[in-house]
Write a protein of this length. Structure first.
Lengths: 191, 177
């Protein structure tokens, strides 16, 4: 070990009179340095790994609904706490004694899906004029990149401006970090 | 008697410390690069006014918005100006005068549009600042006096929706006096 260190240091720093103890120090220094830099190197090309266990995604992403063909353009909105989706055709159905919501979705890629999702609860929402309406909250399996999550999504009565689905903080907190300068960073691919 | 170990007097020892020092600085630089992570609520400082406000960082909003009270229009020279008051939770108040940069129609979900003045002002969150369009909204029914949208955030910060108040605004606006 010390022989090796001596040899290494002689080649790296020529013209030094060295002994074994000193070159051991050098070797340890080099080792510490390599260990400390290696994670930084691994990070360089993978923005996901900058923060452990967090994915960096854009503020717009493509989201696929589980077991369906439709791919929805989705806004990841830190200004909202809950997620919402718009569909103009939905009805409550009963299957095996449990309540489901059946609704239709068309995406902008020409795909069409009829989705049946379990009803979690019915919310009473009040708008600005004080008129309240019932809003269904359903459980949906969503896929962003290769990350799969189950989320509670409410139906909104107005179509969202440019996106079919909006995800709120509650659905991605602790999982995603949103980079507002990025959009559509990945294609949805879940098993 | 030896006062210090002999290897402390050798140049080789200090040379061996060099790679460690080098990579410690490199890692510090790496950590510095990560400080663009902000929570979804942060303290923002505005200029002019120099007041600190709680702000919601909203990746779903295009622009920034500020809860302004007592909005008055007046002419200064030939230019339309606006004078308004901003107050934070600590009760500090600032009166700000700025030319009207443009007007924006703010659309609520229900569809009725409001015309609000838009000014340009400096906003600072953490160590980052930017001059952005801020619309003077009536945010009295919202919990945060300020909303910061993508016009400030894009390229400046990434938002972690599981955390809040990660950084203090540290910008020095003396250049803009």
């Amino acid at each position: 070990m010390s022989q090796l260190a001596l040899l290494l240091m002689r080649t790296l720093i020529p013209g030094q009179r060295l002994n074994r103890v000193l070159s051991c120090f050098f070797l340890i220094g080099l080792f510490v340095a390599v260990v400390s830099i290696s994670p930084a190197h691994a990070d360089k090309d993978h923005p996901d790994k900058n923060i452990p266990n967090r994915l960096i995604v854009g503020w717009l992403e493509k989201v696929k609904i589980q077991k369906q063909d439709v791919v929805l353009h989705t806004r990841l909105d830190t200004g909202r706490s809950f997620s919402s989706i718009y569909s103009d055709s939905m009805k409550k159905i009963e299957k095996n004694g449990e309540e489901y919501i059946q609704f239709e979705l068309n995406d902008r890629y020409g795909k069409h899906s009829t989705i049946e999702a379990p009803l979690v609860r019915t919310m009473s929402l009040r708008n600005h004029e004080g008129v309240s309406r019932e809003a269904y909250v359903i459980q949906l399996g969503l896929c962003i990149g290769n990350y799969y999550m189950e989320d509670e999504v409410s139906f909104s009565s107005h179509p969202h401006l440019d996106q079919e689905l909006i995800l709120g903080r509650q659905s991605f907190e602790g999982q995603f970090i949103i980079d507002p300068s990025l959009s559509f960073t990945r294609e949805p691919e879940c098993d | 008697m030896r006062l210090s170990p002999y290897w402390l007097k050798r140049r080789g020892f200090y040379l061996s410390a060099l790679p460690i020092l080098f990579f410690i600085t490199l890692n510090a630089a790496q950590a510095e690069a990560n400080n663009n992570v902000l929570g979804w609520i942060e303290r923002a400082k505005i200029h002019p006014g120099g007041i600190q406000l709680d702000a919601k960082l909203d990746t779903g909003a295009d622009n920034c918005s500020l809860h302004a009270r007592n909005i008055e229009y007046f002419m200064k020279g030939n230019i339309e100006h606006v004078r308004f008051k901003v107050r934070n939770r600590r009760g500090e108040e600032a009166t700000i005068e700025k030319p009207v940069y443009r007007e924006a129609s703010i659309k609520r979900v229900e569809g009725e549009a409001h015309i609000r003045p838009v000014i340009r002002m400096y906003v600072c969150v953490g160590s980052k600042y930017r001059e952005v369009d801020v619309n003077l909204a009536d945010r009295s029914d919202f919990s945060f006096p300020m909303l910061i949208g993508r016009s400030f955030l894009s390229g400046n910060a990434i938002v972690d929706s599981s955390r809040t108040y990660l950084q203090q605004p540290t910008c020095d606006f003396s250049f803009a006096e």
